[in-house]
Write a new protein. Structure first.
Length: 134
């Protein structure tokens, strides 16, 4: 019988190795961007009551929420530093993760689901606005 803790450590190591190979193959996005998107998938699923089949626009919304929550006013700057400047970039990352088996997809899912959904910088800034009407 295998130890579940050893299995999860093994899975984490395998995921890290796969992600590092992905970054080495195409360095457009750093490792942190891929890790953030993986985390944002879980965050978004939890936000949607545990639903695992999420659409591109729902995921982008969750990615923006998590970025604003995690990085505040610097969210757009952090994502830009990682090469993420448009919603299309999220689609590129997601489908690269699908390609190496770290994320799944349904037949109806497409990279076009992420294309030009909205101005990313503006959406992040809007999420971080302070209400001055107190």
């Amino acid at each position: 019988m295998s130890d579940p803790q050893n299995r999860s450590i093994h899975d984490l190591i395998q995921r890290q190795l796969a992600l590092r190979a992905l970054v080495a193959q195409d360095p457009r996005y750093p490792l942190e961007a891929y890790l953030f998107v993986c985390e944002a998938v879980d965050y978004t699923c939890e936000k949607l009551d545990g639903r695992r089949d999420i659409r591109g626009p729902e995921l982008v919304d969750g990615l923006c929420d998590l970025a604003a929550e995690r990085f505040g006013f610097l969210a757009a700057t952090v994502l830009e530093r990682w090469g993420i400047t448009h919603t299309d970039d999220f689609g590129e990352i997601v489908f690269r993760l699908v390609g190496i088996g770290l994320l799944g997809k349904s037949p109806r899912d497409s990279k076009t689901d992420f294309e030009d959904l909205f101005d990313l910088r503006q959406a992040l800034q809007k999420r971080c606005q302070i209400d001055t009407d107190i």
